[in-house]
Design a protein around this ligand. Structure first.
Ligand code: SF4
Length: 385
């Protein structure tokens, strides 16, 4: 536990995509793939800017996120991981995740990622129903996903996540159940299940506003969420975070860093970092990102000092996302005070309402609290102000 607290996580953003999905508001640049080599060179130079910090602490998790990181070649990936290793130390058993879209992966590419050190694949599946994939603007089919899982197994991947979306307009409860049943039968070791959100600025948001698309019925979306929780647990998946499920031993260590509000470095355009009480966000423009790095400067768009009240609040609402909740001992050793000393009134009220409970030295959401988690988080957020 202690070495884990001391270790760092690294997030690497690869903001290139072949096309923009209809619901996407992530930082991703469609049709700029020709800039990928230039971008990777800048990324390597950015790692050099952090040499001092990387030398101080071992890196226990690396996450290539996007965008579409699987546009990277095996050579790009090796060079980035070698650069990180040479700047400090990647722990021997570091969890190294690559997000990938199913449509383009080949066996050669998957083997090259494995050889470079990637040991976890996170596949953006979203649904096993092709009409729903087309509705979302995804480029792949369910068959592409099945093919890639087979190739990934051949390449030696045993640790795989599939991202899924529920509450897609037109999606039936049975289709959602079928998607989960298919993935369980395939023994996919980790599932991330998120309700569809209509993000401002996306085509889907505009379609809803113009009335050409109707959001899913709230009761149906809730039924999908609840069915997932109950059925996946029956099948041996641990519901370890509100939206995430894992077979034993396959939880995502990188994301646990975020939920435990621990420190990480972010490399790449738009990447966020959290170190020494500061939250940083890199420039979202390729040109300014690259220019800053070659001038020897951190390519920050913003850098914000996090005060005590904000830090405590973040630790609370991030930690409560995990089913085990927040360790009272870890909290006290971090802040020198108990959770109750910061949030006595709120915790008492939320416990009386049956939304929070204490169990084995952890404060956590109850089943009812999971359904009303936003209400709990708001309470803790407002109180920190
Ligand atoms: S592949 Fe991912 S990052 Fe790229 S446009 Fe689609 S949802 Fe966004």
């Amino acid at each position: 536990m202690l070495s884990n607290q001391h270790s760092l996580s690294v997030y690497i953003h690869i903001p290139f995509c072949r096309q923009k999905c209809h619901y996407c508001d992530f930082l991703s640049w469609p049709n700029r793939i020709e800039d990928l080599d230039t971008y990777v060179e800048a990324l390597l130079a950015e790692v050099d800017l952090y040499r001092g910090r990387l030398a101080e602490r071992p890196v226990a998790t690396v996450f290539f996120g996007g965008g579409t990181p699987s546009l990277l070649t095996g050579v790009h990936t090796s060079r980035i991981l070698e650069k990180l290793a040479s700047a400090g130390s990647l722990t021997k058993d570091a969890e190294i995740t690559m997000e990938a879209n199913p449509e383009q992966l080949t066996l050669g590419q998957l083997k090259a990622y494995r050889q470079a050190g990637v040991n976890r694949l996170s596949l953006g599946l979203q649904s096993t129903h092709d009409p729903l994939l087309a509705f979302l603007g995804r480029r792949h089919t369910a068959a592409d996903f099945y093919r890639v899982v087979e190739l990934a197994c051949q390449a030696g991947f045993v640790n795989m996540n599939a991202d899924l979306i529920f509450g897609i307009p037109g999606q039936q409860l049975e289709q959602w159940q079928e998607s989960l049943e298919t993935l369980e039968a395939m023994k996919i070791s980790h599932l991330s299940c998120y309700g569809l959100t209509f993000e401002p600025g996306t085509p889907l948001h505009r379609q809803r506003d113009s009335g050409t698309v109707c959001a899913a019925d709230e009761d149906l979306e809730y039924a999908m969420f609840r069915w997932g929780i109950e059925w996946l647990q029956q099948k041996g998946y641990q519901h370890y975070e509100i939206s995430n499920y894992a077979l034993p031993g396959k939880s995502c260590l990188h994301n646990i860093t975020y939920w435990e509000n621990r420190e990480y470095l972010g490399f790449g355009a738009g990447a966020h970092g959290f170190l020494s009480g500061e939250r940083t966000a890199n420039s979202q423009q390729m040109e300014s990102y690259v220019a800053a790095i070659y001038q020897g400067e951190f390519p920050y768009m913003s850098c914000e000092k996090i005060g005590l009240a904000e830090s405590v609040s973040e630790t609370m609402f991030l930690g409560l996302r995990m089913r085990r909740g927040i360790s009272e001992t870890v909290f006290e050793s971090r802040y020198g005070r108990s959770m109750a000393s910061f949030f006595e009134k709120e915790i008492t009220e939320l416990m009386q309402r049956g939304l929070l409970e204490q169990q084995s030295g952890f404060l956590r959401l109850t089943e009812k609290g999971i359904d009303l988690s936003n209400l709990v988080f708001e309470k803790l957020l407002v109180s920190s102000g």
